[in-house]
Design a protein around this ligand. Structure first.
Ligand SMILES: [Zn+2]
Length: 69
């Protein structure tokens, strides 16, 4: 299911919202923080598909080199 990031223009809260239908207007999304309906959809980094489930095991290759010295 598609999850979109929304940012509330009223309080600045950024949250994720599950959108069942692709035709839901932004005005129908309610801010969980203040209850305002003035949220805008954020287009950055959509988590659609969910192919990455915790792939942080190899991402710290250059960070934890303990045997370097
Ligand atoms: Zn809000």
């Amino acid at each position: 299911m598609p999850v979109f990031d929304y940012k509330c223009k009223n309080c600045g809260k950024v949250y994720e919202e599950l959108i069942m239908s692709c035709s839901i207007p932004d005005a129908d999304v309610k801010c969980p923080e203040c209850g305002s309906y003035q949220s805008v959809k954020q287009m950055s980094a959509p988590s659609i598909g969910g192919s990455s489930s915790g792939s942080s095991a190899n991402s710290g290759a250059g960070c934890g080199r303990s045997g370097f010295t």
